[in-house]
Every structure is written in C-alpha cells, then in structure tokens.
Design a protein around this ligand. Sequence first.
Ligand code: AMP
Length: 409
Amino acid sequence: MTIRAPKGTLDVLPPESGRWRRLLRAFDDLSERYGYALLLTPLFEATELFARGVGEETEIVEKQMYTFADKGGRSLTLRPEATASVVRAYLQAGRSGVLKGAYSGPMFRYEQPQAGRRRQFYQVGVEYLGEPSADADVEVIEVGYRLLEEVGVAEVTVLLNSLGDPADRAGYREALTAYLERRADLLSPDSRRRLATNPLRVLDSKEDAGVVADAPAPLDHLAAEAAAHFDAVRAGLERRKIPFQIAPRLVRGLDYYNRTVFEYQARSYTAAQDALGGGGRYDPLAELLGGPPTPGVGLAMGADRMVAAMPEEAVGEGLDVFVVLADSSRREAALDLTASLRAAGVRADLDLAGRSVKAQFKTADRRGAAVVAVVGEEWGRGRVTVRSMAGGEEESVPVAEVTEWVKAR
Ligand code: AMP
C-alpha cells in the first residue's frame, strides 16, 4: 500500500465508528427536540466570507485556511467553521426573524496535527438566529451540555465569559493595550504585531499565557446592558443546573463574538487543555457580511474530541440478531428471515460467505449480536433455534415468533 490518507485526516472504521454513530444520532435527536431544523451549506465558500466573517487578524484566516483558485479563477476556501456560512445562507435566502438550525460535518484548518487537532475534523453545532434574549444563549449552552451528558461524557464544566458590546470594547481595548505595551518585550512576535492591530487576539495566544494571566478582563468594562445580559445568562444556567465557571480571559479565536462566549471542558478530555466545544453570541456578524442587523448565538462541538472523551462501553454498534445458516440448502430461507426481522425494526445481519456454523457464531459474537437465530433442517417444520448470546438460553421457536423472541431479549 503506497497511498495513505493525507496528514491530519482520519479514517473512522468499526468498531470505533459505532461511537461516532451514537454521537451523531444523539445530536440529531437532541437538536430536533430543542427545535433546531437541519441546515446544509457548502463545504467551500468564497474566501472573502471567512476573511470578513471570521476576521482578518485571526489565527484561522492568517494561517489555517485551505484556499485555492478553481478552474474559473475564483478564490475559494474549504470551510474552517460553519457559522459564517449559516449566516450567509440566512441572508442570501432573504430570511428575517428567528431561524434555529443544526449542522454537522467536516471543517478544515491547516494546523500542526496532534492529539485532538486535525486538518480535517468534524463539528456538530447549532445556531439561533434572530433572537437577542439571554435565554437563547442559555438554551444554546444547554444543547452542548446535554449532548455531552447523553453520550456519557462526565464532569463537564462550562467556562463562561462576556466580551461586552462593540461599544464597551473601546474602553477595554485601551486598558488592555496599555497593560500589554508595558510588557511588549515579553510578548511573542505575533502578539507584538497584533498588539497594534487587534490586541484582544493576544489573549488567545498560548505562547503568551504567562503575560496574559494578569491582563485586564473584559468583564470589568461591561456597560449596563451587557452586564444585565450576562447576569441573565448566569441565572438561566443556574436554573437549568448547568455547572459553569467564569473564565475572565476567555475570548475565543474569532472576531465576530460579542457578549457571551463559552467553552466546555471535561475531566475525561484533557489533551493540551483543549475544549470539547464552544461558542458565543455574534450579534455583529450579519452586518459584517452586508446584511441587516440580526442577533445570533451559536455553538460548535468537536466530534473527534467528544468521541475520544466518550466512555469505553459506548464502543460498538451491536446487532439484535445474527442469522446463522446451518443447512446450506436453506440460504434463501435465511435471507428471507433476515429481511423480515429488518422490516420489523430489528438490527439483523447474516454471513453470505457460506462459512462453517462455528465461524458464523464467532462472527455473531464479534459483531455484538444479542441473539443468534439458526436456520437449519428444522426450518422444514417451520421452526428456528434461537439462542441468547449473553444468557445462553436456547429454544426452538416457530418462525413467526422469532421477531418477538429477539425483541424480548
Ligand atoms: P472553535 O470554534 O475553533 O473553538 O472550535 C470548536 C470546537 O471544534 C473545538 O472546541 C474543538 O472541539 C473542535 N476543533 C476545532 N479545531 C479542531 C481541530 N483542528 N481538530 C479537531 N477538533 C477541532
């Protein structure tokens, strides 16, 4: 084999893919239950969308985009995140008012690959457009929290902060710039450059964590409205019993956030101190993209990282029943039985290779089948031998009762 997957990408095969399916299903169900409709947007967009929507000064736009010219000479970029696309789609469709949407799919960032950091990775997320209330922030934060709960990721904490509104930012920017300028000789070259253009970005810098630890915090510069919004978010999270900690220097790497920003951290996922997901309010974004003022708040969870944080027992898809063919002249009967089990909503499979009964039992075991149904010579009398793999009970039952027997296990 000479051709390998590109650096920073991932193949997902069984049994690991069982956890992925469980996660994606949980997200589908949960987002639907909370009223988020499915959204599909392109995997590539005009480069300009991200330059404007994510921000020229960000890590993502400066260093991580997969940008290329297509055969028509257009500059396109593989999406590094989905929020800008969702807001673009909303504006392009001429929508107004509330739109609650959920998406899932791959994102692309040219990063140095390491544990939990890939060049193609998978996110699931929701966007709540057209609603300024703090209750929308709380709902969005709750979706991520409940998702982690449902897939078994334990001891999750929400890190919470408020960046205030763009108008509050001026005073904060001044205080932050003054603080950082006094320590400019300690900063990395990137941060020194950003100090002049976009000092908030310096707070994202891992290299400069030491200097940043005591920097002024946006929370100390909130005007009354943003402060009241932040209080309402905290009260809402308490009501929903979602544990959170204030993280005064959490700003997140995107330019479009205002007010609420948050991230999820779990005890079971500590690789490089990275978050399982995060999000925030982005009221200025629609206008940055040339649309009318449209408030919004959203969330993106890293599926790769959530899968890594899911407990071991969540692995494996399992079958309800594996049909074993013990008499090769009854192959069609085995196919028919499998089809009728599947039609009845049972997860059923069989081996088409004509292997020995022993080998088929091994396959049933490896595939996690709860029950094995043996199609043998007794099929002639309208019966099948069913066997519970866990309990070991075995019984000969009429063909018409197999489904019921399987469902009862
Ligand atoms: P962000 O908006 O950049 O914070 O991304 C939201 C979530 O997506 C993060 O918390 C991660 O779980 C996930 N994520 C972001 N970048 C990567 C990456 N390069 N590889 C894997 N997961 C990522």
